[in-house]
Design a binder for this molecule. Structure first.
Ligand code: 26W
Length: 812
């Protein structure tokens, strides 16, 4: 196999600088050097990429197509070099040229084609698929603007467009030859063909051309390169001068507009459905292009379309790509003339669906009006799927209106995408044990009763290559020195580090590394926030999207309470803490934005108050994203995973903290439950209502937070401080937060996320943390045990399960 050649690489860097920019090393800017280094790496990768695909073809392998509206990749260069095992060589060469890899990596835009958990999971999966040698395509959208950049001004979030393609993307490759036409609108005409079959012909539609851009995904140390294929839109060339009559002219302009808008921007909503027509266009656009190309590719080497499920599996990342079910039906029916029954059987054997949330406001339900106008042929097919499905329901549950209400795809004037995904797929999975149980017992109970064989769990995971090997080089090296580097491709092997948990020298080494990582983060904070934080204090971190169910509000209310306590009892026993929070709020999510402002206002007051001797510091990290996440996880002592039980499907940040030796304070929610199973009570701080308790309260309309407010002076004080100008002179600003807790809002439940209900239990857990940290040896032991028990949470394990149980893939 081709080895990474030092001399050639060195030559290439200088050569690319010359070809691309007409510059020498001395003359080039940092960005130009980044480009030249990236092209040099790409040049090496392309050969491996070609080899991999030759191999796939000669073995006629089965592929999984992972369809996702989001891929939150983060920076590519550093990770690629690590996966090529070329880290040392590259560093050497660059040093010889007077360059430094770390600062070159900083030049790369941070590709953020995703919101949060779901998009980052897709990126981890791609890393694992390549590393394990499974044939796969990630398929998505090449948004011109990714997740917005968050600026904090006066404590308020401001959204700035993320122009990640400004300098071009050196890793992508445009593949014009695989362009696909995607059709929107118009109407469907029916005609009989020569053999008396009904043919459905879409007419007067608008066309967009989908152009694929391929990005190589390099496996770790195995020379396997898979592909992330993201589609861009181009106008169909209907500006045809011959037919320049009025109708065509307008159509041409419309098509041009459509092509220009489809891939413009990622919707920055996380767990919230907004029903925007453009989003449905995005969905059909990338799905149609992906499915058309996958079918053509399959037919290039196979004769019988009826066996496509033997070589292809479409994994739907949440309901966003669910039109896949109907699009595949359309192709099988209209292009390959299969009967409905045949087409349905094949579709059902080819599609699989992952559910990532039980938040009802995240459910995608398109108005039938909008859906049928935009996708007339697809709508006909959905209508027929629905009709046939309801016949089955009716025969199984005669006269049962409730079943129809719960399970119909078309209901109340809406197309319910989750129902279409479940009915059209052979597999339905949740993303953590408790999440899958809740789906089976509650959210999707009726479907589970009908199709229990479809349901399965695949607990999420994360890639240790990015989140330990790349993000935390000091700890990675320490672990490898002690137990070898098998953990890089087999995370369960990391359990051997537990042998050192009680070894005092090892504990000290571990805490030293943590300390250095805290200094690295403290420098970042000083540079970006101008706040000095003490690396000897406990770094207590909550970074994730801002959402009420994730309860950043519980965190900040507790900080306000602690501050009150410190002011009242200056001599109380208290270990210094640095509370670090970060995360973006959706642009239109008012309360979430008010919570960001609250965090920043509280930070301002507390950080300036000299009377508490710096015992508490509060930092809001601006623009939390993959690149700074890689600095944050390694520096954390405490991982805040405090969602209302039953609401967080899995969480994956919880795993990244654990892997880097932070201790979790958390509820029994999502994958926290499984982390708890691994580390046990001694190594985690649990608190709060259980999911059963939460769901029980919800059944009875919630609980009464007023009782707590009235009877608890400390909570009362904190809540009153929200609206008495204590933290910000504008009294009205935090009114909405206050009202959301006490239920003064009309028609809204009081404290639907049980913040006051869980407050004391949380406070108690926090007190235990302060105490536990004083015993450095015991703390280090717990932290090392957390690292040692993180083996289950590798995305390699998750992918092995998907491959064996759902995709039936073979490794090459
Ligand atoms: C339609 C708007 C919308 C946008 C994004 C609805 C739902 C989403 C995602 C499904 C939200 C999401 O990222 N869910 C997260 O998925 C992670 C990966 O499985 C889980 O770890 C998180 O618990 C879950 O919130």
């Amino acid at each position: 196999m081709k080895e990474f050649n030092k001399t050639k690489f060195k030559y290439n860097v200088e050569n690319y600088l010359k070809i691309l920019f007409r510059k020498s090393i001395e003359e080039a800017s940092e960005q130009q050097i980044f480009q030249a280094v990236s092209y040099s790496i790409k040049e090496y990768i392309v050969d491996l990429w070609i080899e991999t695909h030759k191999e796939y073809e000669s073995r006629d392998v089965k592929f999984v197509y992972y369809l996702s509206m989001e891929f939150l990749m983060g920076r590519v260069l550093g990770n690629m070099i690590i996966n090529l095992k070329a880290d040392e060589t590259v560093r050497e060469v660059l040093e010889e040229l007077g360059l430094n890899l770390n600062s070159i990596e900083e030049e790369e835009a941070d590709p953020a084609l995703g919101n949060g958990g779901l998009g980052r999971l897709a990126a981890c999966f791609l890393d694992s698929l390549s590393t394990l040698g499974y044939p796969a395509y990630g398929c998505g959208i090449r948004y011109k603007y990714g997740m917005f950049e968050q600026k904090i001004e006066n404590g308020f979030q401001i959204e700035v467009p993320d122009n990640w393609l400004k300098y071009g993307n050196p890793f992508e490759m445009k593949r014009e030859e695989y362009a696909q036409e995607v059709k929107f609108g118009g109407y469907v005409r029916m005609e009989r063909d020569g053999e008396g079959r009904d043919k459905f012909i879409q007419e007067n539609y608008q066309s967009v051309i989908a152009i694929p851009y391929d990005i190589p995904i390099v496996g770790y140390g195995n020379h396997i390169v898979n592909t992330l294929r993201i589609w861009d839109a181009k106008e169909a060339n209907t500006f045809n001068l011959d037919s320049f009559d009025k109708g065509d002219y307008l159509k041409a302009v419309e098509e041009k507009n459509l092509a220009n808008t489809i891939c413009e921007v990622l919707y920055p909503n996380d767990n919230h459905y907004a029903g925007k027509e453009l989003r449905l266009k995005q969905q059909y656009f990338f799905v149609s292009a992906t499915i058309q190309r996958a079918v053509s590719k399959y037919m290039e080497n196979h004769k019988d379309i009826r066996k496509i499920h033997e070589k292809v599996c479409f994994q739907l990342n949440d309901t966003h790509p669910t039109v896949t079910v109907a699009e595949l039906m359309r192709i099988l029916l209209d292009d390959y003339n299969l009967s409905w029954e045949e087409a349905w059987e094949i579709t059902n054997k080819t599609c699989a669906y992952t559910n990532h949330t039980i938040m009802t406001e995240a459910l995608e339900k398109w108005p039938i009006d909008l859906f049928s106008k935009l996708l007339p042929r697809i709508y006909q097919i959905v209508d027929e799927i629905n009709r046939r499905f309801l016949l089955v329901v009716e025969s199984r549950y005669p006269g049962d209106k409730l079943k129809i209400k719960n399970m119909a795809i078309l209901y109340g004037g809406e197309v319910r995408m989750a129902n279409l995904a479940i009915i059209g797929s052979f597999s339905v999975n949740g993303v953590a044990k408790i999440h899958t149980e809740i789906l089976k017992e509650r959210e999707l109970k009726d479907f589970y009763e009908m199709y229990s064989e479809k349901f399965n769990n695949k607990t999420n995971g994360i890639t240790q290559r990015r989140f330990l090997l790349h993000g935390n080089p000091l700890l990675a090296e320490w672990i490898s020195k002690k137990i070898g580097d098998e953990w890089i491709t087999n995370l369960p092997a990391i359990k051997k580090i537990a042998d050192y948990a009680e070894d005092m020298t090892a504990q000290k080494e571990f805490m030293d590394i943590k300390y250095k990582n805290k200094i690295r983060l403290a420098d970042y904070i000083y540079k970006h926030n101008g706040i000095e934080v003490d690396p000897n204090s406990i770094f207590d971190v909550q970074v994730k999207r801002l959402h009420e169910y994730k309860r950043q509000l519980l965190n900040i209310l507790h900080i306000m309470h602690l501050y009150n306590q410190l002011k009242k009892y200056p001599d109380m026993d208290f270990y210094p803490r640095t509370f670090i929070l970060g995360g973006k709020a959706s642009a239109g999510y008012k309360i979430a934005k008010a919570i960001i402002k609250l965090i920043n206002s509280v930070a301002d007051v507390i950080n300036k108050d000299e009377s508490i001797n710096g015992k508490i510091k509060v930092v809001f990290i601006e623009n939390y994203r993959v690149s700074n996440a890689e600095l944050i996880f390694p520096a954390a002592d405490v991982s805040e995973q405090i969602s209302t039980a039953s609401k967080e499907a899995s969480g994956t940040g919880n795993m990244k903290f654990m892997l880097n030796g932070a201790l979790t304070v958390g509820t029994m929610d999502g994958a926290n439950v499984e982390i708890f199973e691994e580390v046990g009570e001694e190594n985690m701080f649990l608190f709060g209502l259980s999911s059963k308790e939460v769901m029980e309260y919800e059944l009875h309309g919630g609980y009464d937070p007023k009782e707590i407010y009235d009877s608890d002076a400390e909570i009362q004080l904190v809540l009153d401080q929200l609206i008495n100008g204590c933290y910000f002179p504008d009294h009205g600003l935090f009114n909405d937060i206050y009202k959301s807790l006490l239920g003064i809002h009309k028609n809204e439940k009081a404290d639907p996320y049980f913040i006051l209900k869980d407050f004391h239990s949380y406070e108690l857990a926090q007190r235990k943390i302060g105490k536990a940290y004083r015993d450095t040896g015991a703390w280090a032991k717990s932290a090392i045990i957390n690292v040692a028990k993180s083996g289950k949470f590798s995305s390699d394990r998750t992918i092995e399960e998907y491959a064996a149980e759902i995709w039936k893939l073979k490794k090459i």
